[in-house]
Design a protein around this ligand. Sequence first.
Ligand SMILES: Cc1ncc(COP(=O)(O)O)c(C=O)c1O
Length: 466
Amino acid sequence: MDNDSSTRIVDGLLALIETAGPGARLPSTRVLVAEYGASPVTVQKALRTLATRGLIESRPGAGTFVRATRLARPVDYGWQTGALRTPPARVSAATSAMRDATNDRIALHAGYPTRELLPERLVRAALARASRSDAAFTRSPVAGLPELQAWFAAEVAASTPAGVTPPMPGDVTILPGTQSGLGSVFRALVGPGRPLLVESPTYWGAITAAAQAGVDVVPIPSGASGPDPDEVDRAFVETGARAMYVQPTFANPTGAQWSPQVAARMLEVAQRHSAFLIEDDWAHDFGIEADPAPLARLDTGGHVVYFRSLTKSVAPAIRVGAVIARGPARDRIRNDRAADAMYVSGVLQAAALDVVTHPGFQTHLRGLRQQLGARRDLLASSLRQHAPMAHIDGIPRGGLNLWIRLTDGVDVPRLVASCEADGLLIGAGHEWYPAEPEGPRIRLNYSGPNPGAFADGARILGSHLR
Ligand SMILES: Cc1ncc(COP(=O)(O)O)c(C=O)c1O
């Protein structure tokens, strides 16, 4: 009833505002109460609504007045066409994985674990401690806080076999997230117009970073056990490339993990071609049935440039990662970082270090393993039941995604749009390909909010595939 009268008053005043024009004084609250037979609270509510819309303003002691309206004139940006000219090669980070989702959506598209999968208590305490530390007021060294450099180096050293020299803390450069580091490495070690081998499919952000760096990507097919080292060998010869971007551990999007044999052969191929393997260990903390075994632990001659990210395992708001490289490559990458960002916020580094060195973090990771396993299995069984045409090539032993093959002829952009109209967000598979996809695919992430809705999501997908 109250709402009704408030709407009635708003409508009445809107008509008055239009006829009276800017600067006109509105009737007083007392007059409006009498005119509309409403309470003073209801009249005030209606006036607040109009004030929020920017239509009226109250001047203390003088009354309420119609505001001068600002006309929204169409702006001509035509001059920018001449200034900008042709856009640089395919640089577009607007992917289906980065869409924002409202709570009423079933979000299987995104890449970031939901809050209940994060070490929330540890993060809160770490941020509070970091805010009281010196790191909150000082500039961090370009390469990062020495203790955090040491932690990243020790992580690789922990799995380095006897006889291999592990990386030193000084080989670590801390990054404000590894995404910007990918660009640095492509610029520093490859360079514009030069070839970079990449697995296909591969992380869309690496494809974007390569395009931004002006690097020519050369796709190498990669399946459930990674790329064929012989094919990589041939591609190094044919293209003259001296670097390849790879994800040997729970690759995004396929979930593939390289076998020890593939890892050893790939290292051997890289050594023979005097080339770099740029290893992106983004899912190091997301093993389910398998543990990560980074290539970097086997690297003897500085062939592996190793990325490790904490964004998804600590908190998306504590965006900290690292790149480990040895020899002149390390210095080139560090120079690029210094030119690009100068240094990474010490508060975030201190908080990240606090979380990962807290004994509770290992407990959290053990729990996370269980939760990811349960979520992955729930999504897979929901798809089998409600969307049998969505074929899962292989259940990944870690990571956050199911990589789905669809029947030939499915129009993926249309499928994505029609699922979205029904409240389901999914990742369009072609965004993970540097060239043409070999068939229609989608990526479904099982680390988002509300796993209770996985079955509904599978039903929506199934209904659109039918
Ligand atoms: C494979 C892969 N590498 C790197 C990144 C970038 O992560 P960040 O910049 O947060 O470290 C992502 C993020 O989604 C990813 O999926």
